[in-house]
Design a protein around this ligand. Structure first.
Ligand code: SDX
Length: 426
């Protein structure tokens, strides 16, 4: 019989800490009783802390398993469209035919952005990083949707989720077009979600006979699905913490975009391509690996806080990579280089002992590059796709009573009690 309580004895006092079982994965120990103990729990990096209960995504790091609303990621990526997965994240299950038609129509209705928002881009230099633009522009949406947005109103919350998922491709494509000095393309609502994004990215007003490419469209849609959600990662936790103050949801998503940008998180896909460029050829791999082992550099696209086996998304991403390169007849030497890195890493004790395997970011950049997406846009695409996850967690947080997130600390600073007059200070 499993224990129902954990016991903590400290300073002669015993505390009963309830154990709470979930549907899958590790049970949790509720440490609220520490409030009476005179101690805080201490967990830098939140390695063993579960700040929330959630029904959206489950990850088993040991098995390399990722479920969205209970469905394995490889089944979703290979058999569903990204918007169907987004619907499941938002609503708890995949849509039936009628729900799918209704949801897809709602998204189509909200793909355009307020024309005045277009002027917001002009404040950026043309060489601004697209992620810098996205943080600014998505945050600016809170100025357009503030008056008629009451976060306590369920209908307001739901239309906000639709607006964000619908507008992210438009804003992402605009951030690219702006950097290229090309005119923005209005969304085409006769195209599906991935087709529309690729159209807004690569078509120009002169393209009267723009042609879709089904292989690229399907690969793009799969990449969106593989990045849709991932439990309480750093950017999702940022969105939840910002949301816990009752902040405007567009500002919360902008906070998530900012957190995702870091090279340890969503910025890794861009860093992988820069790393492959730096290595250059397979002959240079051994020397580079020595730099990794001496901790001069990290092997970007490898390692994960949760997956201590393979990242199931990396497997699907690698399959998609092979499909796209073959279909496009591209023989990208970077793929050969990446595979050489992976082979060496998977056989080297340094990586094996540290459970370092390719993560979602290792192969994604090679596909995106093959599709023609510039490296600087890789994390923007990650943010576009993760918006459905972020806003699902925001909705989940608002669907039940919540408290403002307010962690405590271990204070190790000075203990000056007496104020020192200026003339006496050192
Ligand atoms: C994402 O959380 C999520 O779910 C994120 C994400 C999502 O979908 O939201 O999955 C997306 O962010 C994927 C991760 C992308 N980041 C990278 O590829 C950057 C490279 N990876 C590392 O920075 C690192 O692996 C992290 C940040 C991903 C995880 O770091 P942890 O869990 O804090 O692990 P750690 O730093 O404690 O490392 C343990 C050991 C250390 O060695 P020692 O000092 O103990 O000897 O492994 C080493 C680290 O130095 N290590 C690496 C390494 N990652 C960890 N060494 C070389 N190369 C690496 N990539």
């Amino acid at each position: 019989m499993a224990d129902t309580n954990a016991k903590l004895t400290v300073n002669g006092e015993e505390y009963e800490l309830p154990i709470i079982e979930g549907t899958l994965g590790r049970p949790v120990i509720d440490v609220a009783a520490l409030q009476e103990s005179g101690f805080w729990s201490y967990d830098p990096g939140f390695k063993v802390t579960a700040p929330v209960e959630s029904k959206i995504t489950y990850i088993d790091g040991g098995k390399g398993e990722l479920l969205h609303r209970g469905y394995p990621i490889d089944e979703l990526a290979n058999n569903a469209e990204y918007l169907e997965v987004a619907y499941a994240l938002l609503n708890g299950d995949l849509p039936n035919a009628e729900q799918k038609a209704d949801f897809f129509e709602k998204i189509r209705e909200h793909t355009a952005v307020h024309d005045q928002l277009r002027k917001f881009f002009e404040g950026f230099r043309r060489d601004a990083h697209p992620m810098a633009i996205m943080v600014g522009v998505v945050g600016a949406l809170s100025a357009f949707y503030h008056e008629d947005l009451d976060v306590s109103n369920e209908e307001h919350r739901e239309i906000t989720a639709i607006r964000l998922i619908a507008k992210m491709p438009t804003l992402a494509a605009m951030s690219y077009k702006y950097s290229q000095g090309e005119p923005f393309m209005y969304p085409r609502n006769d195209f599906n979600y991935a087709e529309n994004f690729l159209y807004m990215m690569f078509a120009t007003p002169a393209d009267v006979d723009y042609e879709k490419n089904d292989v690229i469209t399907r690969a793009m849609d799969k990449i969106f699905t593989l990045h849709a959600d991932h439990e309480q990662n750093a950017s999702t936790s940022t969105v939840r913490l910002a949301g816990s103050t009752g902040a405007n949801p567009y500002a919360c998503i902008a906070a998530g975009i900012a957190a995702l940008w870091g090279p340890s998180h969503g910025g890794a896909n861009e860093a992988v391509l820069e790393m492959l460029d730096e290595i250059g050829t397979v002959e240079n791999v051994p020397e580079f690996m020595e730099k990794v082992k001496s901790r001069e550099v990290k092997l970007m696209g490898f390692g994960h806080r949760v997956y201590k086996n393979f990242d199931p998304r990396a497997k699907v991403m690698k399959e998609t990579c092979d499909e796209v390169l073959e279909a496009l007849g591209i023989n990208d030497p970077k793929l050969e280089l990446a595979m050489a890195l992976e082979k060496i890493a998977l056989e080297d004790p340094f990586f094996i002992e540290r459970n370092l395997y390719p993560n979602v970011d290792f192969y994604s950049g090679i596909i995106l590059k093959a599709i023609g997406i510039p490296t600087s846009m890789f994390t923007v695409i990650f943010a576009l796709a993760r918006t459905s996850g972020w806003i699902s967690h925001w909705l989940e947080m608002h669907s039940a009573p919540y408290k403002i997130g307010r962690p405590r600390q271990l204070y190790t600073g000075e203990t000056r009690r007496d104020f020192v007059e200026v003339e006496d200070r050192k």
